[in-house]
Design a protein around this ligand. Sequence first.
Ligand code: GDP
Ligand code: ZN
Length: 306
Amino acid sequence: MPVGVPGVVLQGTGGQWQVRLPDGTTRIAALRGRVKHGSVTKLAVGDDVSLAHDATTDAWAITEILPRRSQLARRAPGGHGERVVVANVDQVVVVFAMVKPEPNEKMLDRFLVIAEANDVAARVVINKVDLAPPGEAARRFAPYAEIGYALHLTSTHTGAGLAELHAALRGRISALTGPSGVGKSSLLNALYPGVDLRVGAISESVNKGRHTTVGARMHPLPDGGYVVDTPGLREVGLWGIEARELDKCFPEFVPTLASCRFADCRHLAEPECGVRGALATGRISPSRYESYVKLREEVEGDSRDW
Ligand code: GDP
Ligand code: ZN
């Protein structure tokens, strides 16, 4: 093959990267030394790359990392250094269930903050709506739709919401996350029957001690796009988000921030606070504000530890 074959990095372990070619086949490739040391970006799962094939050794090398459209990255507290968990993600898809297990809005808000901090769009999927009284899921999660998050109410048992979710995943790179047992694997099986996506397989294997790899892994979808299994996203740390940037990670707070008397208002006990004003008039929900307060305490604690 000629030099400059394009590819997408599906997963990587110990310098060996699995790269998908445009024809859908995969190759194992190593980073060419010059790229490894001479480039500012470290290679990550999701990266678009160029590959070269050495006909004598039949080895593949990654010769170029193409510019990223987006990334999900953990930053060290204080903003020193970051680790890219996955590159080129189009959206974070957060899955919860109506029951078994009960949805946890605080955890949902935490995932949404991580997406916002990385400037990546987010969708909320509430699965197992068949187990709740009709209309209850819509009522409970309407505030998220009002904020502007795409909301999918689904059931793998009745098929509700599956066509819309399928359309939302098609052609995009989606980081799928949410607690275990909410139906992520069931959803993927229902959306792509017969396709073994093995989402969650890595993290489960890690728990059993069979693998030492913890990393994101991209699964190609049969009709275009990828779902990314991001075990790291589930370790629900806040990824070194700065305390002062937290308010901007709550999109409905943003229009109120200009009304705060102090430019560095923490929206906790300060007088003339736009956020607490909006809370008092019902434009910000108590549950979302509680999440903010809780996460604010957490990120301020992180910075002190550092
Ligand atoms: P995951 O851990 O998020 O991948 O969850 P699973 O896909 O393994 O599903 C956990 C359990 O929930 C399984 O017993 C599924 O059969 C069940 N389940 C998944 N989706 C639904 C649904 O829409 N309705 C109901 N009632 N049960 C579901
Ligand atoms: Zn304020």
